[in-house]
Design a protein around this ligand. Structure first.
Ligand SMILES: Cc1cc2nc3c(=O)[nH]c(=O)nc-3n(C[C@H](O)[C@H](O)[C@H](O)COP(=O)(O)OP(=O)(O)OC[C@H]3O[C@@H](n4cnc5c(N)ncnc54)[C@H](O)[C@@H]3O)c2cc1C
Length: 417
């Protein structure tokens, strides 16, 4: 028999929050899960689920429901006059990806969490104020449709997304000197929506013909539509002045004939802190997870997998060490899990923002016979599809490079400057 051992408040019921609520509930904790929105709700996203995300979903107990039967086999990379097909590598994550509209995906995760007997779900409820007793977050004010109430949880998992409005109240600071993303997505009708490959165009041009560091994507959804979008990389030193919505329209128009696209629908854009470029991600009895902790891959902008994974890590740590001071335990856990991969990816992504790098490196990587050797490895690294157990050459080189660049203590640091 599972005994109720604690009361955990989870703020935000996106993939990270819903997964955290489910993991904690399955470990026997009573969970209050709150979200400002009522579900189904939309979330600006490419809707892509890498093998890493599919693996995390299977671990959480989602199998067939995700993707409603749509599966993809890998990535086709285009640009600089070349194209390469990169099947998902055979790793412990599995070699299957998918894509599912966030409206349905998030509603599925959230309703599964809400159905668990240990979870009380409160949609339309915003975490507004925090109160501390010593260094312990002892009370959180929640504002819902029926008024305000105050929760006194033993632990708080903050999964409030990219803006992290509640996280900011706890001291979360985003460092824009590190590379971040600016991205836009849309939905286009296409007769090729069953296509079993996702497509990325690494030569992202605007209507004036200028190339920007970033990429465009076509992620078929299997429902008559593809998610079509683009994302650019930016830093305070080399800011991107791209209008992503405009570039998205231009990008979609360049592919309109090949994909028989309808006009882009539901165009929306968002910023994307990446690679752990935030500080103050934990206190004595609270942690930030998912986008709130900038757990987004700097090389491809995906964060659903890290949201699901950090959810499990947080629930497991709270369960195993209920009296631990999480202030250092949590950033250390994040650094151990992603430090090397994110630091390396962040360095490479920063390199891409150097104006002359991409026009020189792009043709070398994507054109000619070497592309078939380089790009599948690059696609695997972009997707961070390297596990601890992988011993092949690409995995070993990635790990050595990761360790060499992992000197950056600003990753999830506890200082706010
Ligand atoms: C254009 C674009 C394309 C992307 N494409 C991909 C992709 O293809 N694949 C991929 O893996 N990732 C992609 N990402 C990243 C991905 O969308 C995020 O990493 C993912 O949504 C993170 O999930 P989350 O649960 O942390 O946050 P969210 O999904 O943002 O959920 C946060 C939740 O918190 C709630 N909330 C916020 N504040 C409060 C509060 N104070 N009180 C209560 N509730 C609150 C919100 O209503 C929301 O429901 C993309 C991002 C962008 C911008």
């Amino acid at each position: 028999m599972v005994c109720m051992t604690a009361n955990i408040l989870v703020i935000g019921a996106g993939p990270a929050g819903s997964a955290a609520a489910l993991w904690a509930a399955r470990l026997g904790h009573h969970v209050d899960l709150v979200d400002s929105a009522s579900f189904p709700r939309d979330k600006t996203c490419g809707d892509g689920l890498t093998p890493r995300a599919m693996h995390a979903l299977r671990e959480l107990g989602f199998g067939e429901e995700v993707g409603s039967g749509y599966r993809n086999k890998g990535l086709k990379l285009h640009g600089f006059g070349g194209s390469t097909t990169c099947p998902w590598p055979e790793t412990a994550f599995g070699a299957v990806g998918s894509a599912m509209r966030r409206t349905s995906f998030d509603a599925l995760l959230c309703s599964t969490a809400a159905d668990h007997p240990n979870v009380d779900f409160h949609p339309g409820t915003t975490a507004t104020e925090s109160e501390f007793t010593g260094d312990r977050l002892s009370a959180v004010t929640l504002a819902g449709t029926t008024g305000e109430w105050v929760a006194h949880p033993s632990h708080v998992i903050v999964a409030d997304g990219v803006r992290s409005t509640f996280g900011k109240k706890l001291g979360r600071t985003w460092h824009r000197n590190h590379v971040y993303g600016i991205a836009a997505r849309s939905y286009c009708t296409t007769p090729r929506s069953e296509e079993p490959w996702i497509h990325s165009h690494l030569e992202l041009k605007d209507e004036k013909g200028e190339t920007h560091p970033g990429y465009g994507w076509v992620f078929p959804l299997g429902d008559g539509y593809a998610n079509v979008g683009c994302g650019a990389l930016s830093t305070t030193k080399r800011p991107s002045h791209i209008n992503t919505k405009k570039v998205l329209h231009f990008y979609a128009s360049t592919l309109a004939t090949e994909w028989n696209f309808g006009e882009p629908e539901k165009v929306a854009s968002a910023l994307l802190p990446m690679g752990g470029a935030v500080s103050n991600v934990a206190g004595r009895n609270w942690v930030l997870i998912g986008d709130a902790a900038a757990c987004v891959n700097p090389l491809n902008g995906e964060g659903i997998d890290y949201g699901l994974e950090t959810a499990r890590m947080a629930a497991t740590i709270i369960d195993a060490q209920p009296h631990a001071d999480l202030t250092l335990v949590w950033p250390d856990a994040l650094r151990a899990a992603y430090g090397e991969a994110f630091t390396l990816a962040r360095s490479l992504a920063t390199l891409l923002t150097v104006r002359r790098f991409l026009p020189l490196a792009g043709p070398l990587a994507l054109r000619g016979p070497q592309a078939k050797l380089i790009m599948p490895a690059a696609a695997r690294l972009m997707g961070n599809l390297v596990t601890e157990d992988d011993r092949d050459l690409v995995a070993r080189l990635w790990k050595i490079a990761g360790r060499a660049t992992m000197t950056d203590q600003e990753l999830w640091s506890t200082a706010s400057s």
